[in-house]
Write a protein that binds this ligand. Structure first.
Ligand code: HOZ
Length: 432
């Protein structure tokens, strides 16, 4: 049984100086009940909280810790870079090296610009798409989350759903009017929107595998259908691979599903966990970015030398060790198959979505293919399950509407521990 009086005290104290006590809403545990745990360190598969509790964890900083926490190759690269100063605000060789590696690894990227977060990457990518096409509108999908830029907070996933405020106050009607939404996996709905807004759509943006309404996979033909539509209508197709880039395959979801977008947004992973994002794509589009072209976008910390060193170490490792992806898939399949067996033994038939090293359990018996079906999950049951897992030392995403991420630090022995906790937690959650 994990008790956490120090975390409770810190959460109370945090209320006075930080809105809601946290710097990102999902962390406040409002969707699952209870008090958030305040972390002090993490190594390999474990995070440790202020009370000395250890958790086997499956958020991995929302994706980037593919090799587990504090991977030595990344730590060493950061330590080597630190004595040379933390920031220059001037170009470095490392920025070219990481750009060349990204271009090599991601099929659709010919040129790439570094920024500091996934939010910055998506905001910038859409601005460039607008500049390039001379059009204003964009289409996004219900339940997809692209960071907290104004024009994306329309039918947004992740924390926005969790808090029940999908359309945030502070977003003007003017901005909202340029964002059109369609259900994920509904190609016909997209075609109808495009037809009704002929020659006005600059971009279609989506997570090719949605990870912010829980994990939702693209159905056969959906991504290719969008590709064909965008090519026909002169629309820029943007894949938001902030979560899936370098995680589902060396070249991300676009490589796994064999569909090539015009632009891609990346984040987290290319900083090895440091605050980084990037956007890239076809040369003819990226050449619209200042100073090559007229679309302005800038940042003092962009291409920060410490972040580039961490990211480079991580990407070089993944590039040289493609077996990481097979191993992660095998570990995750063992977890998912074990969970299905646990549920069968308990007479349950809940839905688990899974691809590569990402998965989500939905407390519904319906297939989950879009935001509407994701919302049929029993979120109160999810909250009880989350807390029952936490009590057993397993830290999951504190919201139904997030994906879970597996790292290479999860051994077969840990899979068995996880499955034991899963079986007990399912029983406990159902009984209450
Ligand atoms: N909603 C974010 C991931 N999809 C959570 C970010 C965070 O709290 O760190």
């Amino acid at each position: 049984m994990k008790i956490a009086p120090i975390s409770e005290e810190l959460f109370q104290r945090a209320q006075h100086s930080i809105p809601g006590g946290v710097n990102s809403p999902v962390r406040a545990f409002r969707a699952v009940g209870g008090n958030p745990r305040f972390m002090v360190s993490a190594k390999g598969p474990y995070m440790y909280d202020e009370d000395g509790n250890r958790y086997m964890e499956f958020i991995n900083s929302w994706g980037p810790m593919i090799l587990g926490h504090a991977a030595e190759i990344v730590q060493e690269a950061v330590q080597q870079a630190i004595p040379n100063s933390l920031s220059f605000g001037a170009p470095t060789r490392k920025e070219i090296e990481i750009a060349e590696l990204i271009v090599d690894m991601v099929p659709s990227i010919e040129k790439v610009r570094m920024v500091n977060s996934g939010t910055e990457a998506t905001m910038s990518a859409v601005r460039v798409a607008r500049g390039y096409t001379g059009r204003n509108k964009m289409i996004k999908f219900e339940g997809c989350y692209h960071g907290h830029g104004d024009s994306f907070l329309i039918a947004a996933g992740s924390g926005a759903i969790t808090l029940g405020v999908p359309d945030s106050p502070g977003v003007t009607q003017g901005v909202a009017a340029d964002t059109l939404t369609a259900p994920f996996n509904d190609l016909e709905a997209v075609k109808t929107l495009v037809e009704a807004n002929k020659d006005q759509i600059a971009a279609i943006i989506l997570e090719p595998v949605a990870g912010n309404m829980g994990l939702v996979l693209p159905e056969a033909g959906f991504l290719q259908g969008l590709r064909d539509l965008c090519t026909k209508e002169g629309i820029v197709l943007i894949f938001d691979e902030v979560m899936t880039g370098f995680r589902l395959a060396p070249g991300g979801a676009q490589q796994l599903f064999g569909v090539t977008p015009d632009m891609t947004t990346l984040g987290k992973i290319i900083g090895g966990g440091m605050p980084v994002g990037a956007y890239g794509g076809k040369k003819e589009i990226m050449n619209f970015v200042a100073p090559a072209g007229p679309v302005y976008q800038a940042g003092t910390l962009s291409g920060n030398p410490i972040a580039m060193s961490a990211g480079m170490a991580m990407l070089q490792y993944l590039h040289a060790h493609p077996e990481v992806y097979t191993n992660l898939e095998q570990t995750t399949s063992k977890m998912v198959n074990g969970m299905k067996q646990n549920m069968q033994e308990l007479g349950m038939n809940f839905t688990i979505n899974h691809v590569g090293s990402m998965f989500s359990i939905f407390f519904t018996e319906q297939p989950v293919t879009d935001f509407e079906s994701a919302k049929t999950s029993d979120t109160a049951l999810f909250g009880r399950y989350f807390n029952a897992m936490l009590q057993r030392g397993v830290y999951l995403a504190p919201s139904q509407y997030e994906s879970l991420f597996v790292s290479t630090a999860i051994t077969d022995e840990l899979v068995q521990e996880y499955l034991k906790a899963n079986s007990e937690a399912l029983k406990e959650a159902l009984l209450r």
